[in-house]
Each structure stands twice: as C-alpha cells, then as structure tokens.
Design a protein around this ligand. Structure first.
Ligand SMILES: Nc1nc2c(c(=O)[nH]1)N[C@H]1C(S)=C(S)[C@@H](COP(=O)(O)OP(=O)(O)OC[C@H]3O[C@@H](n4cnc5c(N)ncnc54)[C@H](O)[C@@H]3O)O[C@H]1N2
Ligand code: MOO
Length: 390
C-alpha cells in the first residue's frame, strides 16, 4: 500500500488549472483570486488626520494659537496657514500642507478662538499619503479571500475581481441501508449523513457541491448516478469502497473507464480510499464509515479542491505536547481524534480512548486529529506530536 504522502501527491496531480470568472467584489468571500486586484488609487489619498483635534505646526508650540478654520472628512480647509495658527480638524480630514501635526482635543484647552496645551505629546496623529497602499499595487493572497480582504479590494476602488471558478463537486452516497434525514428508517436502515458532511467540507474549501440522489447497491443504479455526475470537476463517492459483495464502486467506476491513480493506502481510518480520473472529472472514492469519510475528505478532498482553484493545498500541521502515554503504532499512518487544551508553550493534546471510525459524536467533541506515522514507537506524555486542527 502507498503512503499518505504518496497518495496526496497523486490526488493533487488530478487538479487541472482553474477556469476563471469575473464577479463583483462583494460576492468574493472565500474565493481565490486568479489575477491580482490592482489598486486604482493611493490610500490615504492625502495626509489625513488620525484624530479629532487641532492641526498645527510643531514649531509654534507651546502656543497659544489662533484657530482660523475647520477641516472635516470630505470638506478640506483651503485657506492660508500663517505662523501661530491652527485649525479645528476631524478624523479623516486632509491636513493642510502648512501644518505637521494634529493634537487631540482632549489635551487642548480652548477659550474662544485661542487654544493652549500643556504638552502636545509625541504622536503626530497624521496618516501619511500612501501609508496604506499606493496606486498600482497588486494584491493576490495565496488563500481564499477574507472579509477584510474584500474591504481592502473595495478601498482600492476595484469593483470587479477575477477569481477561479468554483469547482463543481458531485457528491454520491450509496447503499441499500440509507435513507434521507427526516425520513423514517425501516428495520436495518440508517440515515445518510456522509453526503451532508462531505458536501459541507467541499463548500468550506471553495467548491460548489451538489448532492446526487442516493444510489442503491446495484451496478445499474451506480451507473445512473455517475451519468448524473457528468460535467462535475470532481466526483466524490462515499461507501462501497471496501471488499464486501456490495462494494461496487471500484467495479463500476472501472467499467466506466476510470483511470485509477491508486486504491488503498496505509492510513487509518481511510484505508480503502480510491482516486483517479473519469473523463474530464477527477474522482475520489471515500470509505463509507462516517469518520473515515470525513478524515479522508479533510486530508485529500479539501486540498484537491483548493488546488483546483490555484491555491496551495495547505496541510495545516501544527505541534502539540502529548498529554498521555501511547502504545506503539501499527503499519498505517493514524489520525486519532483528540482534544486540545491550552498549554504554557504549545497546547496539550489527548487522543480519545474511543477511536471507532463510525462514531460521529466523538468526532464532534474532537478539536484535532493527532497524526502518528506508520510504525511510530511508543510515546510518553510530554513528547511533541503533530496534529491537524479540525
Ligand atoms: N473484510 C473487510 N471488511 C472491511 C475492511 C477490510 O479491509 N476488510 N475495511 C473496513 C474499513 S477500514 C472501512 S473504512 C469500511 C469501508 O467500507 P466501504 O467504503 O465499502 O463502506 P460501506 O461498506 O459502504 O459502509 C461502511 C459503513 O458506513 C456506513 N455508511 C455508508 N455510507 C454512509 C452514508 N452516506 N451515511 C452514513 N453512513 C454510511 C455503512 O452503513 C456502514 O456501516 O469497510 C470495513 N470493512
Ligand atoms: O480504514 Mo477504515 O476507514 O479504518 O474505518
């Protein structure tokens, strides 16, 4: 069986360069810029006051000074700035060229049009022209756009941005035991939860997921579902990946011409993961056990979706200190559901005793996946370990 790292490289190789589209900046949350947003102006466009107070010349201090005018945001003062003078000024207003500092009003005493102050302080309280960014500056972070990025791009006076088209991800769950949430499960039936979680993980990574109707455990039903997935950038199947008589994904996808990159890897949970290409779609076959499906989606599907948008795959590995002793690891890289607690230097990490790959409640209580390489020796509390935050 191949290693997790080898499998990740093969999965990422399935990403093709993204198509792009133009969208309004206010729709850009989470999107990947495919071209830099280029500032169309300089910010601040003029030397601007950072405080409500008085603009004046340092050389005229300690005063007293005559207040000869007012400047407010959007309403500049355009008169003269003779020696011994000051103007009333408000935050965001342009500071006239003749003055070199703003003194905040709290430390100024005003009587009529005369001001005095005991000590003007060190701070000049002026935001210099271009101190945030200059016209022509290009912005293209290697991540999905955050709310603050949208504010920046808008401030650059860029109304339309060029982004990677969202990968369309078809999510296909199957099994005769499955019914939809809200339905009444008959004897032997369970609720299909995986497709809900996997579609949400796809959306979180920037994709536009669509959940297909549940497939039954027949080749015919699966073939029909694959036909409905046509046109997707990525087809993600869930379940039917293992060796049982009803595990048909390998057979049917193979019959439909899937070029397989790999099937099975040295990982726990998630051993029966499958990846490859079907026509113009990439394909991932996730195992059916709910925790296995979610762990595989985090480790393989989300990085692939990011790569499909031209973003770095981002493995997000951090370090923590082990909170209890652990026995030697087996021959598969193990991702243990674990709880983090704040520590002096690094957080402490404690894996749950229960690592059953069907238990969603334990996963919901976990903050992290503790990563143990295949063949990892016994570990003592206090050792440094790697983890992936959930
Ligand atoms: N003889 C062996 N049996 C199993 C092996 C093995 O190596 N030899 N591997 C085990 C491992 S590890 C895993 S993981 C599972 C994965 O099997 P499949 O991918 O074929 O998954 P299914 O058999 O279809 O389902 C497993 C389990 O998950 C439930 N399930 C499936 N789909 C959903 C869904 N959409 N929502 C909620 N739950 C779902 C399903 O009912 C089963 O309980 O195989 C082991 N067996
Ligand atoms: O490899 Mo399975 O995914 O451990 O439950």
């Amino acid at each position: 069986m191949i290693s997790v790292d080898e499998a990740r490289a093969l999965v990422l190789a399935l990403a093709t360069p993204p198509e792009t589209e133009e969208i309004p900046v206010h729709d850009g949350l989470g999107r990947a810029l495919a071209a830099p947003a280029v500032a169309r102006l300089t910010q601040p466009p003029f030397d601007a006051s950072a405080m409500d107070g008085y603009a004046l010349r340092s050389g005229d201090l300690p005063g007293p000074l005559d207040v000869i005018g007012t400047a407010a945001a959007g309403v500049p003062y355009e008169g003269p700035t003779p020696e011994g003078s000051a103007i009333r000024i408000f935050t965001g207003a342009a500071v006239p060229a003749g003055y070199d500092r703003v003194v905040m009003q709290e430390i100024v005493t005003r009587e009529g049009d005369r001001i005095t102050m005991a000590d003007a302080g060190q701070n000049l309280n002026i935001r210099l022209k271009g101190s945030d960014f200059s016209e022509g500056a290009g912005f293209q972070p290697a991540r999905g756009l955050r709310a603050s990025d949208l504010g920046l791009i808008a401030a650059m006076n860029v109304a339309q941005i060029t982004v990677a088209r969202r990968p369309r991800v078809a999510v296909l769950a199957g099994g005769d035991e499955l019914v939809r949430p809200g339905q009444h499960p008959a004897q032997g039936q369970i609720i299909s939860s995986n497709d809900i979680a996997i579609a949400a993980l796809a959306r979180e990574a920037g994709a536009e997921p669509f959940i297909l109707p549940l497939a039954r455990d027949t080749e015919e039903s699966l073939r029909a579902r694959f036909a409905e997935a046509e046109g997707a950038d990525l087809i993600v199947t869930i379940g039917g990946a293992s060796v049982g008589d009803h595990d048909l994904i390998a057979k049917v996808s193979g019959d439909l011409g899937m070029e397989r990159s790999f099937y099975k890897l040295a990982m726990r949970p998630g051993k029966p993961l499958m990846a490859g290409r079907m026509g113009r779609s990439a394909m991932l076959g996730l195992p059916g056990n709910p925790v296995s499906a979610i762990v595989c989606a985090k480790l393989f599907m989300q990085p692939l979706i990011r790569a499909m948008q031209g973003l770095p795959p981002d493995d997000g590995v951090s370090q923590a200190v082990l909170a209890r002793d652990l026995p030697p690891e087996g021959d598969r890289q193990h991702y243990l559901r674990a709880r983090l607690t704040p520590g002096a230097d690094l957080p402490a990490i404690e894996p749950f005793q229960d690592q059953d790959s069907a238990r969603l409640w334990v996963l919901a209580e976990a903050d992290a996946l503790l990563v143990r390489p295949a063949g990892d020796p016994a570990r003592k509390a206090g050792e440094r370990m790697s983890y992936i935050a959930l």
